[in-house]
Write a protein that binds this ligand. Structure first.
Ligand code: LLP
Length: 402
């Protein structure tokens, strides 16, 4: 199957499982079903219109972080009242577009942002529904580049110094704003539940305090972050996460929101790449493939591990190898020091768990056109994004000197 797809669509190629996406989304929903809640899929994890369209059919809302993602979500059929706008730096144009589209909620992350939202709401003669994303200073125990919970990061409004409470009071007294509650997201790829629990308890303390002052705190947005198992072929432990949040929130009178991204998408994508050459280095074997860091940047950017497997018959391991791309950087690798069988020129390798933060982070570095994206769903193969060629890439550029 993988070989057929590689032949048919070329490599490098992202292949998604539509059935898997549906199943993961359903498993997440089921795990939190005892709560009065909404699930906003984090569009940034995989924003392919086909992926969003399929999740929209399952009833998913969207967590977005840019005007571009908002457009994608709307085009894919996600209703504006199921869209939440997160992120530390929204432009006035993005805020205006969000208000115009009538999205459910903007999660504000600073006093300045709150002021901008209020002014734009006043100018456009409407009220903006706003929640405050708070910083509870909890270390999620994840990679530094995807940890957002500590006070040293740019994310959220500090709780400890009273700023979050002060701004919430201000939000409640602003006639241009409708208070929606509080939001927290301490990081991504969390492999333990304790940091979530710590953050949620901190959030509840603040929410209860604000309610005790008579303020309206309808909703608590609990972010995303549930990690996946990149080492083994196991689905995320949705149930354990669901039990934890249910224990904390079921007896409480707050509506809650979730923003899962990776846990829905990662397991449901593979990245197929073709072996160009096998090079015997002085002290190691390099399997040089046609997929590179511009197609899948996670290994080099976050020291992330993705399993890499030949797609054909299993053969005995002959030794370690680095699986590297053609880009001119030593950091251009998909895997290092992997026990691999003999690999022939032309052989297809599958990089697993590449459905989240894979295609969305592609670039054209080294003037490499992006990988194509296809989805298998209900036994049919759908092209979500055809491969572009170099001509497409150059089309938008001008050379004033030619
Ligand atoms: N909500 C907010 C506000 C977020 O910032 C994120 C992810 C999510 C939800 C979704 O988190 P998830 O369920 O996917 O963990 N590119 C990195 C991951 C960056 C995550 C950024 N924020 C990677 O490849 O590991």
């Amino acid at each position: 199957m993988a070989v057929d797809l590689a032949e048919r669509f070329g490599t490098p190629l992202y292949v998604y499982s539509g059935d898997g996406l549906v199943a993961h989304y359903a498993a997440f929903e089921a795990a939190v079903s005892e709560l009065d809640c909404v699930v906003h899929y984090a569009v940034k994890a995989n924003s392919s219109l086909g992926v969003l369209g399929l999740l929209a059919q399952q009833g998913a809302g969207a967590d977005i972080v840019s005007g571009g993602e908002m457009k994608r979500a709307l085009i894919a059929g996600i209703a504006p009242d199921k869209i939440v706008f997160s992120g530390v730096g929204k432009t006035d144009d993005e805020i205006r577009a969000a208000l115009q589209a009538g999205i459910a909620q903007i999660n504000a992350e600073s006093a300045t942002e709150l002021r901008h939202i209020s002014q734009i709401a006043a100018e456009t003669k409407q009220q903006a529904a706003v929640a405050l994303r708070v910083n509870v200073n909890v270390d999620p125990g994840s990679h530094a580049k995807i940890s957002t919970g500590q006070r040293s990061t740019k994310f959220g409004i500090p709780v400890a110094n009273g700023e979050a409470a002060m701004l919430y009071r201000q939000l409640c007294s602003d006639p241009n704003l409708i208070p929606r509650g509080l939001a927290v997201h301490i990081g991504s790829q969390l492999r333990k539940l304790d940091p979530f629990e710590l953050a949620y308890q901190e959030l509840l303390v603040l929410a209860d305090m604000l309610r005790a002052e008579g303020l309206d705190v309808p909703m608590l947005d609990l972010g995303g972050g549930l990690g996946v198992d990149y080492e083994e072929d196991k689905t995320p432990d949705f149930d354990a996460y669901g039990q934890m949040v249910t224990r904390i929130f079921a007896s409480r009178d707050y509506k809650v929101g979730f923003e899962p991204g990776r846990s829905i998408a990662a397991d449901n994508g593979v990245f197929l790449t073709r072996t160009l050459f096998v090079k015997k280095g002085e002290n190691k074997r390099f399997i040089i493939v046609d997929g590179a860091m511009n197609d899948l940047i996670r290994p080099t950017l976050y020291e992330a591990f993705h399993r890499i497997e030949p797609v054909g018959q299993p053969n005995p391991v002959i030794g370690l190898a680095d699986i590297v791309g053609p880009v001119c950087e030593t950091g251009d690798y998909l895997g290092q020091g992997r026990a691999m069988p003999a690999i022939a020129e032309g052989e297809i390798l599958a990089v697993l768990s590449a459905g989240a933060y894979g295609a969305v982070m592609m670039s054209n570095y080294n003037t490499r056109p992006e990988a194509a994206e296809v989805m298998i769903h209900d036994e049919a193969v759908h092209v979500l994004r055809p491969r572009r060629n170099v001509k497409d890439l150059l089309k938008l550029e001008h050379n004033p000197f030619s």
